[in-house]
Design a protein around this ligand. Structure first.
Ligand SMILES: NC(=O)c1ccc[n+]([C@@H]2O[C@H](COP(=O)([O-])OP(=O)(O)OC[C@H]3O[C@@H](n4cnc5c(N)ncnc54)[C@H](OP(=O)(O)O)[C@@H]3O)[C@@H](O)[C@H]2O)c1
Length: 335
């Protein structure tokens, strides 16, 4: 049994992670951390876990977590995450980091977009970006997985097959995406306060959302040339789910059939990406680790539409998918 630690266990991604891990036959949840005082029972923090897990949350130092775990999932916010993760890595532990701290390869780009100096810049080169559909062969040997952001997962899975096949131009790509409110986490904020967001749709962080350099970085690697997308996120009044619509200029002659064939060829044998003929909906993938994706050719533009559950394929499901590959278990174990 692999002993698992979960940092930031009071959060939304953590509760989804715990639910998946409870179905995993090869793991034992050994540690759940929180800064809350009084060691609350996990069911007091997440009532949906009542009767399913009899554990208390603990306020522990990374060294104490390291002593009791083999592998740690960090569900902490950026900044706080790297501060803990680097000590766990120093102690020889394997880590799946949910935050953005190890996703970008450049400490300067991190500082520019996250407004703070990176506390562990030396490790940016060794972190493996945990999108198994693209980097699956690097994951088994990784000590540190940078679990992708939720918007980047939806955008990158939609666009990579076409960039790799040179079916779209690498310039002028637009990603218009919508997310449910859980994407902002459980910590209360004005924008996600019920009367602010209910019955309303709003674009936010236009031109400056922190997932932009992450999308650019991975798509540039896929295209082997510089890609800079125009990324516009929207908050929509639902609990969970992301729908991304990407627009691109075709490169050479394409048809809708050839574009669908490109998607199907790229995702053949990838258990969590379903290439569909219909227009996918967030409900189709809710509570699952699937990404549903399709493509249309509209007035000479390639329009790719993808859907994920931000808390599962966009976070905790991808993390367990990565964990399975790290430890040599079937990729689909626990799903
Ligand atoms: N929500 C999503 O859809 C999503 C998707 C992909 C990635 N992510 C990333 O995954 C991570 C967790 O997201 P989430 O949505 O689960 O967030 P969340 O619901 O806000 O939970 C984060 C937890 O971290 C703890 N925490 C907050 N600030 C901290 C600090 N300064 N030091 C130590 N602990 C702190 C809090 O627990 P205590 O107060 O109990 O200590 C909190 O419950 C973030 O890095 C986020 O960017 C989220």
């Amino acid at each position: 049994m692999i002993r698992i630690g979960v940092l930031g266990a009071t959060g939304y991604t953590a509760v989804e992670l715990i639910k998946i891990l409870l179905r995993h036959p090869e793991v034992e949840i050994a540690v759940l951390t929180s800064r809350q005082e009084g060691n609350p029972h996990v069911a007091a923090v997440h009532p949906q876990l009542a009767g399913r897990l009899d554990m208390r949350l603990e306020n522990l130092e990374p060294s104490q977590v390291a002593a009791r775990c083999d592998c740690v999932f960090s569900c902490l916010p950026h900044g706080a995450s790297a501060s803990a993760v680097r000590l766990l890595l120093d102690a020889g532990k394997r880590v799946v980091d949910f935050s953005a701290d190890y996703r970008l390869k450049s400490a300067d780009v991190y500082a520019e977009w996250y407004g703070q100096k990176h506390v562990d810049p030396e490790r940016l080169a060794e972190a493996v970006y945990g999108l198994p559909e693209l980097f699956g062969e690097l994951i088994p040997a990784a000590q540190l997985i940078a679990n992708p952001g939720c918007y980047p997962t939806s955008a990158i899975l939609a666009l990579t097959p076409f960039l790799k096949a040179e079916a779209i131009e690498s310039t002028g790509i637009i990603v218009d995406a919508k997310s449910g409110v859980s994407g902002a986490g459980r910590t209360p904020k004005l924008m996600t306060h019920y009367p602010e967001c209910n019955e309303s749709v709003v674009a936010y962080n236009v031109g400056c959302h922190r997932h932009t350099p992450e999308i650019d970085q991975v798509l540039s690697t896929a295209a082997q040339r510089d890609v800079q997308v125009v990324f516009t996120p929207h908050l929509i009044p639902m609990d969970r789910g992301i729908l991304a619509t990407a627009y691109a200029q075709p490169r050479g002659h394409v048809t809708e059939e050839s574009l669908l064939a490109t998607l199907r060829a790229f995702y053949a044998g990838k258990p969590f990406v379903r290439v569909v003929d219909h227009l996918p909906a967030t409900k189709d993938v809710s509570d699952s680790n699937f990404c549903d994706v399709t493509v249309r050719l509209v007035r000479g533009r390639v329009v790719v539409i993808s859907c994920i559950d931000n808390l599962v394929k966009g976070a905790s499901g991808a993390a367990v998918q990565n964990f399975n590959l790290m430890y040599g278990f079937p990729e689909t174990m626990a799903f």
